[in-house]
Design a protein around this ligand. Structure first.
Ligand SMILES: Cc1cc2nc3c(=O)[nH]c(=O)nc-3n(C[C@H](O)[C@H](O)[C@H](O)COP(=O)(O)OP(=O)(O)OC[C@H]3O[C@@H](n4cnc5c(N)ncnc54)[C@H](O)[C@@H]3O)c2cc1C
Length: 552
């Protein structure tokens, strides 16, 4: 006689991810994209179905498979994906995650797209990689008008076309990038791949890339060195197919066997005379390709924030249904502290990353451009670093159920570290923040201006800002202090993240902002290092309710 299953929660499925996320809804209004509500509502509804959750699980269970050769021995270098991957990609492209702010550049377009990206992250993450790189590619294409004219029309459609054929015959196109080589990733100047002119305006590349994700993209921005500028690195565009319709010789040697991000393929490539076209100035390849990288860095913060929100929603949902020691978990004081602390972390991450997205909408505003320059590294470092710790804690609220593959939390937990590693690892981000602050007094001023409206509203915040601004001044000291400055760069980036998050939260809700300041800017021992250390505070029930509003 089978036993009756009791005290297990129903799955958290078939709900509207947008409606269930007041944090994001408020941020979209605050940051200037209120006009996008209806479409975000539709996307939240589409993504929240049990069917989409199932597609996400399938795409990650059935990792892509590399076919290097056909049965006759010809190289084909093709990667085959599970149909679920294509379903998820089609959803992301139809929502415009890969290009909407460029195709329809209205005020608030980057914020609207950021919100949709965050919603997608709550369901599946491997698909976000090619969508993000394609989004970033428009700014690298801007430096090569001829290529832009040829490629952007296919990138700007809302059609996902996975066919392996020349872009001229496709209804949609996706773009990847390859910089990292075996001997150096962060240090792109260590690239050994070389490029030689082919005599027809194109170049021939010889060398390799140790990591190139989404290798089924239609073209890639890659870095290589030319003989004329062996010290510098140049940027090239390498299409999968050549103008005559033949296959470009991009050899996919292997796919990485990864901790997470398993729905997405990440490849090792080799080039033996592979054809490519120079983009931007010879020897200026790093700034050229980083035009693209700055957008993908923004997306790392958005993606981690989306995952973090879903992890906390899952934790709150479980705690509402699961009973232990005679009470529901959500009624247990210590569990409430953990849940409220997790929810507070997500409040900060949503506020911070959506504020950053707004800076991407204000390209004509000097102060916003300065802010974007500093805050992109700050957010990527801080949010992506907090993500894995939060993912673990959320997983533990489900007890043993959190650790098994059927629960999405195991997958989300594995997913979180990669947003910190790729597109510039943590230390590299912090050094970038230091560089941005050191190079321009406008950058310091831009941060000070974001903090200003919240000044005077909370004494802990005020004292924290005073200390931070004093340190800013010393970060502009002369070069002999560079070594000491570098060793403190994580501290500085973290403090900027905390101060900006606190400023936004204080303005949105004095109560939540106050708890953020008490626990993160002036906390008791252990606060901020592990979750569940909040002082008793009236904001705690609000935070838990906001993390996953009770339906009905
Ligand atoms: C799943 C996955 C997919 C990827 N996809 C792509 C892709 O599509 N295209 C691409 O080009 N790359 C890709 N990468 C590569 C990724 O961008 C690099 O791994 C990353 O930039 C770090 O480079 P590295 O591995 O060479 O490490 P290293 O550069 O050797 O760095 C190792 C560590 O040292 C630290 N470090 C480096 N320099 C300093 C310093 N001066 N001071 C202090 N600390 C320092 C770094 O922060 C890091 O923690 C991918 C990686 C992964 C894991």
């Amino acid at each position: 006689m089978p036993h009756r299953v009791e005290n297990q929660p129903p799955p958290l499925a078939d709900y509207n991810l947008w409606q269930a996320n007041p944090l994001l809804r408020e941020a979209v209004q605050r940051e200037g994209a209120g006009w996008a509500e209806a479409r975000l509502n539709d996307y939240g509804m589409q993504l929240g179905t049990a069917d989409m959750q199932e597609q996400a699980a399938l795409a990650n269970r059935h990792s892509p498979v590399l076919q290097t050769h056909d049965r006759f021995g010809h190289r084909i270098d093709r990667v085959d994906f599970h149909p679920a991957w294509h379903r998820l990609m089609a959803a992301g492209v139809s929502a415009g995650l890969h290009s909407s702010p460029w195709a329809d550049p209205r005020s608030g377009a980057h914020v609207a797209r950021a919100a949709a990206f965050m919603l997608h992250a709550e369901v599946e993450n491997g698909t976000l990689c090619p969508l993000s790189m394609t989004y970033g590619s428009a700014s690298s294409f801007a430096q090569a008008p001829q290529l832009a004219a040829q490629w952007l029309p296919a990138i700007f459609t809302r059609e996902y076309d996975s066919r392996f054929r020349p872009v001229q015959g496709k209804r949609g196109a996706l773009i990847g990038m390859g910089m990292t080589e075996k001997q150096g990733g962060s240090d792109v100047r260590a690239n050994t791949t070389v490029a030689a002119p082919a005599g027809d305006g194109s170049w021939r590349l010889r060398g390799h890339k140790w990591f190139t994700s989404a290798p089924m993209c239609d073209g890639f921005f890659v870095t290589a060195k030319t003989a004329a500028d062996a010290a510098g690195v140049s940027c090239f565009f390498m299409p999968r197919f050549l103008p005559d319709g033949s296959r470009n010789d991009i050899r996919i040697q292997r796919l990485k066997d990864k901790l997470g991000n398993r729905s997405n393929a990440s490849a090792e490539l080799e080039f033996e005379g592979t054809q490519a076209w120079l983009v931007g100035e010879e020897g200026r390849g790093i700034p050229t390709i980083l035009q693209m990288g700055v957008f993908t860095r923004l997306d790392c913060s958005l993606g981690s924030t989306g995952i973090m929100h879903q992890c906390v929603a899952q934790a709150v949902h479980h705690a509402r249904h699961r009973r232990a020691f005679g009470r529901r978990l959500i009624e247990q004081p210590l569990m409430r502290n953990v849940l409220a602390d997790l929810a507070l972390e997500v409040e900060g991450a949503v506020a911070l990353s959506m504020r950053l997205a707004r800076a991407y909408d204000r390209t004509g505003d000097e102060a916003e451009m300065e802010l974007r320059r500093v805050l992109t590294g700050v957010c990527k470092y801080w949010i992506c670093r907090r993500g894995p710790a939060l993912g673990f804690e959320a997983m533990e609220t489900l007890g043993g159920n959190g650790y098994v593959e059927e629960a999405p939390l195991a997958r989300f937990y594995r997913e979180l570290p990669v947003n910190s590693i790729w597109e510039g690892s943590g230390n590299i981000m912090c050094l970038d923040v230091l560089r941005a602050l050191g190079r321009s007094p406008g950058a310091v001023e831009a941060i000070v201006q974001v903090l200003q409206p919240a000044r005077g509203s909370n004494s802990i915040f005020d004292a924290f800002c005073d200390r931070l601004v004093a340190r800013f001044r010393s970060s502009q000291l002369q070069e002999q202090l560079q070594e000491q400055l570098e060793s403190q760069a994580r501290r500085l980036a973290s403090d900027i993240a905390l101060a900006v998050s606190a400023a936004i939260l204080l303005q949105a809700s004095a109560e939540i902002g106050d708890l953020f300041c008490r626990s993160r800017l002036d906390g008791p021992a252990g606060s901020g290092m592990t979750f569940g250390n909040l002082p008793e505070h009236p904001a705690m029930p609000t935070l838990i309710e906001r993390a996953l509003p009770t339906i009905g």
